[in-house]
Design a protein around this ligand. Structure first.
Ligand code: NAD
Ligand SMILES: O=C(O)C(=O)C[C@@H](O)[C@H](O)[C@H](O)COP(=O)(O)O
Ligand code: ZN
Length: 360
């Protein structure tokens, strides 16, 4: 447990992101965020058998006065539902969790989003500590306080902003992460380069093999740089009144695809890869950026083994209909995150449907 790196997220409710190997073994550090006597550890069917008992025991050993229980939910996007959210609230009630209870979200973005939402709602808001175990959760979902569940009609339609008290990204957990999920996380890493850091895209290209081979140094660097980008944005615009929308690059397309596939097709990172390439082509189509920029992004994502085409069988007009419930839409009009080339993203209103259909 040596050489942990830290990224601080400022703003009205500041917190620290710790990134390092073995952080989940530090029961005292985890337990220091429990103000009361209840620690509610949420995990999923893949992650819990690997890590939950050890984490709960570490918290318990550091704080014998705290009761720590483990709640294990089914794995995957299809479990990020209102029903499962209700189940978590009922478990909190049975546990007798008081307002000073702390929810620990141990898993990927699905666990982070739903456990964070339960923490946001239980007794109108209790503490939440994010313990991300996927690359995607380490670089994105554990940071910034967006929590949510999906509806059949659309992704993340019910949720709240509820920043965590702390984030512990234990990079040792990435050793058990399936390859497909590692690649999915790389899509959101690429996103930071695409929206605000051209040089980061070059770095990712140069370190692609090391990242895919799970080189510890390369992964820690990618996580720290990604978290620094996200922190810089969310501390200035925590509630997405402005620049935070840039973090949605590719997501209008991605969410439409995920919803249309019933949350059982592409995973979120894969859909974001497809979506970012569509957003880049849309920018070219609208005369905002060179086609070469889109080709460069596409090549990098393909190098990471990510899909770049809309899956066969999804009708373009059905996807555009799904986009009507995108949370960036306003006054009945869609808004897209487009770019003027690598590192220069912006939000654009009034994009004609024809232009969107053309890139689908
Ligand atoms: N709140 C935000 O700001 C934000 C940002 C990005 C994504 N998200 C959300 O995050 C979700 C996607 O998160 P994800 O990609 O982490 O998916 P996920 O949570 O479904 O995890 C992916 C898979 O990996 C398994 N897994 C997790 N950690 C593991 C480990 N260390 N070893 C072995 N298996 C492991 C999980 O059980 C699951 O099967 C989506 O719902 C997306 O909407 C939210
Ligand atoms: O933190 C943000 O802001 C993001 O947009 C990060 C996205 O990667 C993430 O997928 C987020 O959950 C999307 O939010 P939504 O508001 O479009 O549902
Ligand atoms: Zn995302």
């Amino acid at each position: 447990m040596s050489g942990a790196r830290h990224v601080d997220v400022g703003g009205a409710a500041p917190y620290r992101i710790a990134i390092g190997d073995g952080l989940l073994r530090d029961g005292a550090a985890l337990a220091s965020h429990v103000r009361g006597r209840h620690a509610f550890l949420v995990s999923d069917a893949n992650v819990a058998p690997l890590y939950a008992r050890d984490v709960a025991d570490a918290i318990q050993a550091a704080r014998p006065d705290v009761r720590c229980i483990v709640s294990c939910m089914p794995a995957g996007e299809s479990a990020k539902t209102l029903d499962r959210f209700g189940e978590l609230l009922r478990e909190l009630a049975d546990f007798g969790a008081t307002r000073d209870a702390c929810v620990f979200a141990l898993g990927g973005g699905v666990v982070g989003d739903i456990a964070g939402f339960a923490a946001a709602c239980w007794m109108r808001g209790i503490d939440c500590v994010q313990l991300p175990t996927t690359l995607l959760a380490m670089v994105d979902s554990s940071v910034g306080g967006k929590t949510a569940v999906d509806l059949p009609q659309g992704k993340n339609l019910v949720g709240a902003f509820h920043p965590p008290r702390a984030v512990f990204a234990d990079t040792a957990t990435l050793r058990t992460l399936p390859d497909r999920e590692l690649r999915a996380g790389l899509a959101e890493v690429v996103k930071y380069g695409a929206i605000r850091d051209d040089a980061f895209l070059d770095w990712l290209d140069a370190h692609a093999e090391a990242l895919l081979a799970r080189d510890a140094g390369a992964l820690a660097e990618a996580i720290a740089r990604s978290c620094a980008h996200k922190a810089a944005i969310v501390e200035r615009d925590p509630l997405e009144h402005g620049e935070r929308a840039l973090l949605n690059f590719g997501h209008t397309f991605a969410h439409a695809i995920e919803t249309e596939q019933g949350y059982g097709g592409l995973n979120h990172g894969e859909a974001v890869a497809v979506g970012m390439v569509r957003a880049a082509h849309l920018s070219t189509q609208l005369g905002l950026a060179d086609a070469a920029d889109a080709r460069r992004l596409e090549a990098l994502l393909a190098r990471f083994g990510l899909p770049v085409e809309v899956p066969a069988g999804l009708a373009p007009d059905a996807l555009v209909s799904r986009m009507r419930l995108d949370k960036k839409a306003a006054a009945g009009r869609l808004r897209f995150v487009v770019w003027r080339g690598a590192g220069r993203a912006e939000v654009l209103s009034d994009v004609p449907d024809d232009a969107v259909l053309a890139v689908l």
